[in-house]
Design a protein around this ligand. Sequence first.
Ligand code: ASP
Ligand code: MG
Length: 440
Amino acid sequence: MLLFLYFCPMYINVFKFGGASVCSAEGIKNVARLLRQFNSSPLVVVVSAMGKTTNALEVLLNDYINKDPLAVVESFQKVWDYHFSIIGELFPDKDHIVYGEVDSLLNQLRGYIRKGHLYDDMPHSYDFEYDQVVSFGELISAAILQHYLVLEECPAKLLDVRDLVKTDSTYRDARVDWKTTETLIQDSIHGFFRESSRGTIALTQGFIGSDSEGNTTTLGREGSDFTAAIFAWCLQAKEMTIWKDVPGVMNADPKWMPDSVCLETLSYREAIELAYYGASVIHPKTIKPLENANIILRVRSFVNPDLPGTEIRNIREWKIQTPIYIRKQNQILISISPRDFSFIIEENLSEIFSILARFRVKVNVMQNSAISFSICVDADPQKIKPLIEFLRRDYETRYNEGLELFTVRHYSEDAMVPVLNGRKTLMELRSRHTIQVVVQ
Ligand code: ASP
Ligand code: MG
């Protein structure tokens, strides 16, 4: 028996808490309550920025890039007030070290954006600046959560994820250097659980990493799920759980379809398809590492932790219970034709794709006819305006804004009624299991 215990491998679980779970003092108290229930086995916890902080930091970044000092001050103040009002509620002792720590992080951020007016031309790219500014959201939230857990006698130590998740220098969409990251995570986390007292949680930031120069990078919006999957894969974790404000993976966004239902199980394959088509419940890069290591992924409710949630695992013959709807708003349909009305040929397509790659625009759906090629993409003004300008050098380029893209998996004619609902369809693509429609 002793021998068995000695060789018994250490099973680690990985939890991820998104912005919605830590958006208020109440939310953080709830996360602490939940973690106290689950810290009997080794636990790695990945946390995102609080509430809509990432959006607020994007606004601040744009004010800084636009060299608008008044707007910078205002946007910065909002971020400051939001965090200080939360810690004010959580830590009645105003001498608690969390005040100094959050103050110091926000001052670093302020120092960074102040230098904006020093340059006529920015010395770095927008994407580089993005990662340096926006990453503060995760640095601050993890610091606050760690101190609160300790205050509530739920021992937790903070590991700076930038020392563990190493990436290339594709700012805003960094690629993970898996080999280096695996070694760093294994060494530090196994060491952590060996050396820490029982029940101590390893807490770290989602979404961010660092490149070989030591600059902060980010993994793409909503990337904290992926961070959790990186840890789960590197540690061969038993399970990974994403805690959400919904009961699990729903067959449709409950805000759009009030009678949506929670799916009890999903195969990895189906989950990958859903994430690929834009289901916002799971970040697209999350599933593959988990599937490769056969790690169960649970999506559970932090509002109601007694609910079973959705279990995603290797199921050969997964049987669909209901159609699944993925709705993407704020879409733009761009149609591209050669100026001389000649046919769209392979050379055109290859050129168009390389332009899309250059502007880092992801295509949500595409279709071609004899003389035009149409793509439906997210209406991100930072990327789309310069893209269209560039395309117009060689192609007749038209676009339609303010559209929605619906993807329906396991569709039927009946299933399409709530989607079409008398709306004008601008594009439709069908395969055996999936239909995609762009509607006005
Ligand atoms: N805070 C980042 C974002 O909002 C990462 C995440 O939430 O997963 O995109
Ligand atoms: Mg977030």
